[in-house]
Write a protein that binds this ligand. Structure first.
Ligand SMILES: C[S@@+](CC[C@H](N)C(=O)[O-])C[C@H]1O[C@@H](n2cnc3c(N)ncnc32)[C@H](O)[C@@H]1O
Length: 188
């Protein structure tokens, strides 16, 4: 948890301190998913200083959205995005939302939800239930890329998702309708 920052909401006790994702991991994963990027909104829940947003913005996603509850980290993420070379950006738009991932209103349409060990089981359950409600309202492709998957149980309990193991550090939960490339990964 980040006690030195201004954190919005009550979930700060369940948060994990900021650490940026290894760029190589995400850079390898995103092409392997073989998505129609234009259809998908990329959502990083616990976006920190925006590293994964920068990496994702180099793919032609419909939009790239980060949710971060620590105000200071949000400000740094927005600053980093402003300084990022325009020429590298291929997505339809980038946004950093200051808020609690457990209460985030998910965008419409197909989603790639990225998480790098951002919070404990209590918030993970809120997030998974939120995704469950969003899917019930609007069934669509949802891919959850969970890096350092310490709390997979709330995802495994959602009947419309199946688990795909990428490697020791990454698990995917994908809707059964997922049309991306499964051949690159082994089923759990
Ligand atoms: C391990 S860092 C990952 C940073 C970024 N996703 C990346 O991969 O570079 C986890 C981040 O989640 C944020 N976080 C923890 N709990 C959160 C919550 N409930 N809502 C929003 N952000 C949260 C922390 O402040 C921290 O910045």
């Amino acid at each position: 948890m980040p006690p030195e920052e201004t954190v919005t909401g009550v979930n700060w006790v369940h948060g994990v301190r900021y650490e940026g994702v290894d760029p190589g991991l995400l850079d390898r994963l995103l092409p392997q998913l073989n998505l129609r990027y234009e259809d998908y909104t990329y959502v990083d829940l616990g976006a920190g200083k925006g590293r994964s947003l920068l990496l994702a913005s180099r793919f032609p996603f419909r939009r790239v959205v980060g949710v971060e509850y620590a105000e200071a980290l949000c400000a740094t993420a927005r600053d980093n995005l402003r300084r990022f070379a325009r020429a590298e950006i291929r997505c339809g738009g980038i946004e950093v939302v200051h808020g609690d991932a457990g209460a985030f209103a998910l965008p419409a349409g197909p989603l790639l939800i990225f998480m790098f060990n951002p919070f404990g089981e209590v918030v993970m359950r809120q997030v998974a239930e939120n995704v469950g409600r969003a899917f019930a309202r609007e069934p669509r492709d949802i891919v959850v890329a969970y890096f350092v998957p310490r709390h997979p149980r709330p995802w495994a309990q959602l009947a419309f998702l199946e688990e795909i193991r990428v490697n020791d550090a990454m698990t995917l939960f994908v809707t059964k309708s997922y049309r991306g490339c499964r051949a690159n990964f082994s089923r759990v």
